[in-house]
Design a protein around this ligand. Structure first.
Ligand SMILES: Nc1ncnc2c1ncn2[C@@H]1O[C@H](COP(=O)(O)OP(=O)(O)O)[C@@H](O)[C@H]1O
Ligand SMILES: [Mg+2]
Length: 379
């Protein structure tokens, strides 16, 4: 059978990795794949499976980081009827269903210490027990684990068992980050362009030479996954145009801004967008609130005070009472920011005849924020 999975890449590092992977694929050795997020750990695991004698059997990917601890054990090893509340019938776990196939344990560094003990036993002799069972089951499953974490550090922090770490590390395949693969970047782009051209039926006019240079210099923090997403955005959003460095720069800048707001790789893209929008809305709201406070103070002839969240100027720090100089003659106390804001809100509501929607618009804020403030000040 011709494997339908390939690892795109002709650089020396990727060539060596491919050869090594083909060598281990022939055996049943447990393999640990390490590499940054998006570098292709799952692609490599599938490649090993497809080139092994297990190719016709199942390949089961399990994300240990995404499944809560208690559930992970019953997912992996199965459970007996009545093993826990809700276990109305017994169920096979992945090690049983993947029998004679391969199991891919992604984010292995997230596995709890308790589950690690049971997992080590499966690696050593293929034995395990369903949750709530006393009999032992044997499974002939090839194990491929992956991590983007420094497992040695996890061992030092006592979050990962040392014996399991050495057991896993005996055959380690390290995937280099995309930025170290030279012109493989261009091969991958070609591959993804074809994929998305077929999917969206959009023509693609290629990149100008300076855009190509930019692609080769960019550090690709999200590796191949980032590159693939970029190619799809370019095809869909810049329909049929030749991609110049200016267009590319715009897309790459947007991506890095986006990343600085959201950096949890487990989040789906949809959630990331929602998070981005809500951060922007919140930011806009805060800016508008501050602008109004400052405006109000300026109208009242006051200098704006530093906002509460700023560190006070050390020279302005209150002197401890015991050594404090006597207060100078009391000047008229300036209104607090809260008082000023409260007054503005009341005035706006009055001048709009009590209509909160109009008052909010007059204040340059949203109705929701206005209600929040009305509640806060008990107006
Ligand atoms: N060498 C490669 N050739 C083709 N596609 C790749 C390659 N490496 C990664 N990809 C693609 O990039 C994305 C991320 O790969 P994945 O294996 O899920 O990364 P990881 O598991 O390291 O986070 C997937 O869409 C995958 O198909
Ligand atoms: Mg992955």
């Amino acid at each position: 059978m011709k494997p339908d999975i390939d690892i795109i890449g002709a650089s020396d590092v990727m060539e060596r990795l491919r050869q090594f992977a083909l060598q281990v694929a022939e055996t049943d050795i447990t393999v640990l794949i390490t590499g940054e997020t998006g570098s292709g750990k799952e692609v490599l695991a599938r490649f090993i499976h497809k080139h092994s004698r297990r190719a016709e059997k199942s390949f089961i990917p399990v994300n240990c980081g995404a499944i809560p601890t208690g559930i992970l054990e019953s997912e992996l090893f199965g459970h007996e009827k009545g093993a826990f509340t809700g276990a109305v019938q017994g169920r096979k776990g992945y090690f049983e269903t993947a029998d004679r196939g391969s199991i891919f344990l992604d984010e292995i560094g997230e596995m709890s210490l308790e589950t690690q003990v049971k997992f080590l036993r499966v690696i050593e002799n293929g034995e395990f027990q369903r949750v709530g069972a006393s009999s032992t089951i044997y499974s002939d499953t090839r194990i491929i684990a992956a991590t983007n974490k420094n497992l040695m550090q996890a061992v030092a922090d006592r979050n990962f068992r040392e014996d399991l770490y050495y057991r896993l590390r005996s055959v380690e395949l390290q995937i280099p980050p995309l930025r170290e693969r030279g012109r493989d970047i261009l091969l991958l782009i070609e591959h993804f362009v074809l994929e998305f051209q077929q999917k969206h039926t959009i023509p693609f006019e290629g990149f100008t030479p300076d855009a190509t240079e930019m692609l080769l210099r960019y550090p690709w923090p999200g590796n191949v996954r980032e590159l693939r997403n970029l190619v799809e955005s370019l095809l869909v959003l810049e329909k049929g145009q030749e991609i110049t460095s200016g267009i590319l720069d715009k897309h790459l800048v947007q991506r890095s801004r986006f990343k600085s707001l959201v950096h949890d790789p487990v989040r789906s893209e949809k959630n990331e967008l929602q998070l981005l929008y809500s951060s922007l809305i919140q930011l806009r709201q805060e800016v508008s609130d501050i602008r109004h406070m400052v405006q109000q103070l300026a109208e009242a002839g006051q200098q704006p005070q530093p906002a509460k969240f700023l560190l006070p100027d050390p020279s302005q720090r209150p002197v401890p009472p015991s050594i404090a100089e006597p207060d100078p003659a009391p000047a008229a106390a300036p209104p607090s920011l809260d008082d000023a804001e409260k007054k503005t809100i009341m005035e706006a509501i009055n001048s709009c005849g009590g209509n909160k929607k109009k008052a909010a618009a007059a204040l340059g804020t949203t109705e929701r924020t206005l209600y929040r403030k009305i509640k806060r000040y008990g107006l």
